[in-house]
Design a protein around this ligand. Structure first.
Ligand code: ADP
Length: 398
């Protein structure tokens, strides 16, 4: 099957056309600056990247341009749109309604509208992508894959906040967790790559990218994760604060004469390692080189990040009463061996030992712990598009 994977943001759209049999990416790219001016990036194996500037007042023009590029006589990946068998859509928030990917139908669209309040920046854009694809590709089956779905197996004790329970019942305030497609993909890959028993395994996945989260996966099911009602919770991230005393919101608001929204803007965009480093960067490559050149703030920012990752891993060892494997993934998790080592130094009490030669490699699935390590530590590159493609095929063929 040929599956088009669509990840629609508010002013951008990423796409991949995947052959599900070979799992090869036939073409991929993105549309940027939708609603501003418009730019299409198109890549096909063996060809130079094509960049086309063209007006994209709405997502409709953007998706139409993607479809035109895919069937282009010279550079297209298919002869006709009829070759595209299904579309898989990334959807950020599925609330409590979706514990797995599901076929797009009217009921799903209505449910997504209902939980848009929980992800006001993302879900409306995801919905537009679904509607436009339905219009431009009538009759093609579509599947929604949710960032929150994998975490729906968390028990009440993990997902409830200790506030009056009516607020959970009335307003659905609880921990949902995000990056679920990645946590699901990486935990499954880790279990099969390491030869663990899927029904009797304890895996901790550290998804460390610009946004970062950790999950505890027991017997293949998520039992806790570090993000919350929104993706602001948990670890310190590129520009996000992660967890802090909720009283900081009011305290800082008074000091800066800002309302809650104004403070949250700071916690989302100006905090994390970016804020701690006094604006050196949110990019770990820049921070590492600044720290190596003696920048104290950059050094401390990295230490805060490592400390939060390590202490969250420790919490999840307790949540599962043990751990068989720790998997690192996403931009930092896959490429920054120094961070992996720094995190694992805190885990000596578990008998974790890193093989620095293996840890220096990157790019593929890799065990980076020594044979006598108390816990297996590995790097597993994430592939959310492939995960969406696999789910889409499974649901369409069901
Ligand atoms: P997201 O998808 O959340 O935007 P990514 O998973 O692409 O983020 O991760 C982006 C981060 O990965 C960047 O902030 C950068 O610091 C880090 N990163 C990428 N490559 C490297 C590298 N070679 N060494 C260190 N950090 C890297």
């Amino acid at each position: 099957m040929k599956v088009l994977v669509i990840n629609c943001g508010s002013s951008s759209l990423k796409y991949q056309l995947i052959d599900s049999d070979s799992e090869d990416v036939l073409a991929k790219g993105l549309c940027e600056r939708i609603g501003i001016d418009g730019r299409l990036v198109y890549e096909k194996a063996g060809m130079d990247k094509e960049i086309t500037e063209a007006p994209m007042p709405t997502h409709k023009e953007a998706i139409q341009m993607v479809l035109d590029a895919l069937v282009n006589e010279k550079s297209g990946a298919v002869k006709s749109l009829k070759e595209i068998d299904a579309v898989g859509h990334r959807v950020v928030h599925g609330g409590e309604k979706f514990a797995a990917s599901a076929k797009v139908d009217d009921a799903m669209i209505q449910a997504l509208e209902e939980c848009s309040e929980l992800a006001p920046l993302h879900n409306p854009a995801n919905l537009i992508g679904i509607r436009v694809c339905q219009e431009l590709m009538p009759g093609v089956p579509m599947v929604g894959c949710f960032d929150t779905a994998f975490h729906q197996t968390m028990p009440e004790k993990a997902y409830l906040y200790a506030i009056p329970v009516e607020y959970y019942e009335d307003y659905h305030i609880r921990k949902y967790g995000f990056h679920g497609t990645s946590h699901s993909f990486v935990s499954k890959e880790a279990i099969s790559f390491l030869g663990l028993d899927p029904e009797n395994s304890k895996v901790i996945v550290c998804h460390l990218g610009n946004g970062a989260s950790i999950s505890a996966v027991k017997n293949g099911k998520c039992v806790d994760t570090s993000m919350g009602l929104t993706p602001l919770a948990g670890l310190a991230m590129g520009t996000r604060s992660g967890d802090l005393d909720p009283a900081v919101v009011e305290f800082l608001g008074k000091k800066l004469n800002l309302d809650a929204e104004g403070v949250l803007q700071i916690l989302n965009k100006k905090s994390g390692v970016y804020g701690l480093s006094r604006g050196v960067s949110s990019d770990f490559r820049d921070l590492t080189s600044a720290a190596e050149n003696g920048n104290h703030d950059a050094k401390v920012a990295l230490e805060v990040f490592e400390y939060r990752v390590a202490t969250t891993v420790g919490a999840y060892v307790a949540a599962m009463n043990g751990v068989d494997a720790i998997a690192f993934t996403a931009g930092i998790g896959e490429h920054d061996g120094r961070i992996r080592t720094a995190v694992c130094e805190y885990l000596g009490y578990l008998g974790v030992k890193i093989d620095e030669e293996k840890n220096a490699k990157s790019g593929d699935n890799e065990v980076i712990s020594t044979p006598d390590s108390g816990v297996k530590v590995c790097v597993i590159p994430t592939n959310e598009e492939l995960a969406i493609c696999r789910d889409t095929v499974a649901i369409v063929n069901a």
